[in-house]
Design a protein around this ligand. Structure first.
Ligand code: ASC
Length: 154
């Protein structure tokens, strides 16, 4: 029994170490982390984008609709960042290596966007269309700034 237990224990330990290296907490695998951040950004862009025609005057202003879209965009803005796990600059991603080599700058750009998105949700709750317009512009600038530095050109 003793002679069988030792190699078994060794195998379990090795499996544990290998598993830990592949898992990218809180994700099961790197591909899941990439999907997660892309999908969160996609949903955010959908709801942020729905405000575009309203602030441009192409669609009538409806306070509840704008507040709902802005609130969803704000919630989504908090999610993508966990997905930028180490080693996830490969494959189906437009993420630039600078996200990891200039991590402090990326973090500050990500935080700036979240702050602007929160201000947008606040303005949307306030119901002043001019304030919403102005903050929509500021938020878009924060999206663009991060893309300019950290997203590969299509
Ligand atoms: C959007 C969207 C972006 C940003 C960016 C702002 O609606 O999908 O990525 O705004 O274009 O400059």
């Amino acid at each position: 029994m003793q002679s069988l237990l030792k190699p078994l224990l060794g195998m379990v330990l090795v499996a544990g170490v290998v598993g830990a290296a592949q898992a990218q907490a809180p994700f099961a695998k790197v591909e899941d982390a990439v999907k997660y951040r892309k999908n969160a950004l996609f949903v955010m862009a959908q709801h942020f984008g729905r405000l575009g025609p309203v602030v441009k005057g192409e669609r009538p202003y409806n306070k509840d609709e704008v507040a709902k879209n802005a609130a969803i965009a704000e919630q989504m803005s908090k999610l993508p960042w966990d997905g930028f796990v180490a080693g996830s600059d490969k494959g189906e991603t437009g993420a630039k290596p600078e996200i990891w080599t200039d991590a402090a700058k990326f973090k500050s750009a990500a935080e700036k966007m979240q702050q602007e998105m929160s201000k947008l949700a606040q303005a949307a709750n306030g119901g002043d269309l001019n304030a919403i317009k102005a903050q929509f512009g500021e938020t878009g600038k924060a999206c663009k700034a991060c893309h300019d530095d950290f997203r590969k050109k299509p």
